[in-house]
Design a protein around this ligand. Sequence first.
Ligand code: NAI
Ligand code: UGA
Length: 442
Amino acid sequence: MKISVIGTGYVGLIQAVGLAEFGFNVVGIDIDETKVKQLNKGKCPLYEEGLEELLKKHINKNLTFTTSYEPIKDSDVIFLCVGTPQDRDGNADLRFLFSAVEKIKETISKDDYKVIVIKSTVPVGTNRKVKELLSEYNVDVVSNPEFLREGIAVYDFFNPERIVLGFENLKNKKPIKIMESIYYCFKEKNIPFVITNWETAELIKYASNAFLATKLSFINELAKLSDKVGADIKTVSYAMGLDPRIGNKFLNAGIGYGGSCFPKDVKALIKQFENNNIDPILIKATDKVNEEQIKWFFEKIKNYYGDLNGKVFAVLGLAFKPNTDDLRESRAIKLIDILLEEGTIVKGFDYVKKARENTINMYKFDKTKAFYGYNLYILDDLYETVKDVDGIIITVEYDRFNKEDWEKIANLVKEKVIFDGRNILNVEKIKKLGFRYHGVGR
Ligand SMILES: NC(=O)C1=CN([C@@H]2O[C@H](COP(=O)(O)OP(=O)(O)OC[C@H]3O[C@@H](n4cnc5c(N)ncnc54)[C@H](O)[C@@H]3O)[C@@H](O)[C@H]2O)C=CC1
Ligand SMILES: O=C(O)[C@H]1O[C@H](OP(=O)(O)OP(=O)(O)OC[C@H]2O[C@@H](n3ccc(=O)[nH]c3=O)[C@H](O)[C@@H]2O)[C@H](O)[C@@H](O)[C@@H]1O
């Protein structure tokens, strides 16, 4: 079977490489020429553990990349993995998706049968709309939302919790059989398949992300109270999580969720409610709590110092989560912006080199940030970063921070104060070294 994957970002690239590993002939298509050139040389334009090795294994064998849509003529299945960012009003912006559909229309013949699979996260009704746009073509449209997490995306591709497939008509077995044959390995591993209609599949994706985001906003809001009343939110989370009905995942309080998906998908779900004249009370609150969390944390820092002007901070963590170079909606970047605006000097560090490079580029080329960028220094070494600072701020939940030499760090800093925005540090150890510790809700 020949497969095309349109859009080679975090989702599309992993899909293309993963399907090549399954043995399919795969062509990845992207409008970004630089990306395509890099990929054909076996170089990964984004950081994801294990991805470059797999890319190198298959490139120019059963995997190639191009900017041309021509290869889709020979493809049996076409995956759409283009971005669906947030538009100005909070809706999902489907420009890239519809532009790709237009290109498909211009390229394929009306008679050749193809399965078009929408992997991008799209609002309910989008698969139906795409089918309408392709109504004169011999195609089936399938909704196949993606659930991978950045930072462990390769693992997630090969070990999904479920495969969700939405079809126009469940009596039409042809596209169902084709999709099941693509994901045959997962069938063999007894991974649950949810076969349903388009609308249900589309809603499953938004419901899953919004539920996880709500769990986070719930614990983050509780953390504020915990802080005030002298409770320890980490113990609260732990004890709550012992009840299997609650579960212990996604209960780690912090400075809020970031990334390319939770913030935009929560907002897009709110819009879908509003477009259907329903007030999404709970989901709006999820979003609001998240927006406020970073400001609340900043106030905590400000209250400690009083005047922040001229203070020097080490911000440990730049991306939106560990082991990724992705800065989209990163809470670390949001906090850095606020700190710079307050006249502080920020020394930033992340273990992922590409996250550091992306940060430098962002402050260099984004006009809204360039001004403040003068007081921002991105360093390659954690110990250099903490040298002579008035405080350390942890913004990404790297467990690795605990393995660092804290005695050395204690000797390097100007003032022994830590603001742990992810409640990740071993508090006992830190306090023994004379650090004053401020967590989130503890
Ligand atoms: N990043 C993630 O962890 C996850 C993302 N998703 C969803 O998957 C979709 C893709 O997300 P990412 O991979 O993060 O996006 P991305 O922004 O990293 O990549 C999108 C790619 O599509 C390309 N593109 C745009 N228009 C195109 C066109 N007309 N033809 C060919 N290529 C085109 C872009 O150049 C870019 O390389 C989104 O809907 C997102 O919500 C779903 C699950 C996880
Ligand atoms: O649709 C998507 O794009 C993806 O969004 C999330 O994946 P991702 O954004 O890569 O990362 P997560 O691990 O979910 O973390 C999201 C944010 O929540 C924060 N988080 C996570 C867990 C926690 O306990 N506390 C917490 O603050 C992280 O720091 C991060 O900023 C979902 O977990 C994936 O299932 C989904 O496919």
